[in-house]
Design a protein. Structure first.
Length: 226
């Protein structure tokens, strides 16, 4: 059996529950990517793409004949979206990174940009909920639609360097935990809890970096202590 066959078929058993290694590994890639994003490292994007590919096969359980027989179209669709937006973010951060410098300068989105995010979120959920329902997505379908829409907006905000993207991720995580538990995708549900805590930490880090850049260079002796 090749390593690819093992990766596709291997699972852990907890009583009657079967958990795919693909789901565990995909989420670990996602967490590693998030850590890189918090530190504004370019490598966060390709690592995230690898996790997206693995999780796509998990969330399309009925198509890939995996133990999770249901399709979570919003979850699966956002993996495809992540790959597309990650290519954009990867190129944007690479072009801005320079030699060893952080790839992006954090800033708060402007009010027009925030209004655009709110409108895009409402339209996305409104359009995708009936579409996902017709395609047979897992209930409650509006949650699946929001997870997809919020993920698009958060990933785009990260690529633009908006501090606000952490807040969007927190909203995605809050509704996603119960949804994934209902779908019996336990590693992903646990990772959403971890992501939620991590996003709070990431928000604090980006706010501090933004405030430090706005206030200007600090005294070297103070900087060394901080």
């Amino acid at each position: 059996m090749s390593w690819l066959d093992w990766l596709f078929d291997a699972s852990l058993h907890f009583g009657e529950k079967e958990i795919l290694w693909r789901e565990i590994i995909g989420n670990l890639f996602g967490l590693t990517s998030a850590l890189g994003g918090m530190r504004r490292k370019v490598w966060a994007w390709p690592v995230g793409i690898a996790g997206n590919v693995l999780l796509f096969t998990v969330f399309m359980g009925a198509v890939f004949d995996t133990p999770g027989a249901q399709n979570l179209l919003g979850q699966a669709g956002r993996q495809v979206m992540f790959i597309a937006v990650s290519v954009y973010g990867w190129q944007r951060w690479r072009s801005a990174s320079g030699t060893g410098a952080p790839a992006v300068t954090p800033r708060w989105a402007g009010w027009k940009e925030r209004l655009g995010l709110v409108v895009a979120g409402a339209v996305g959920v409104g359009v995708l909920t009936p579409l996902f329902r017709e395609l047979g997505s897992f209930d409650p379908v509006w949650v699946d639609a929001w997870i997809f829409t919020g993920s698009v907006l958060a990933t785009y905000g990260m690529a633009r360097g908006w501090v606000d993207f952490w807040l969007i991720w927190i909203l995605v995580d809050v509704v996603g935990v119960r949804f994934l538990l209902k779908a019996e995708l336990y590693p992903s549900a646990v990772m959403y809890i971890v992501y939620g805590v991590f996003c709070v930490a990431g928000l604090v880090v980006w706010i501090r970096n933004r405030d430090r850049l706005v206030s200007g260079p600090r005294d070297p002796a103070v900087e060394a202590v901080a």
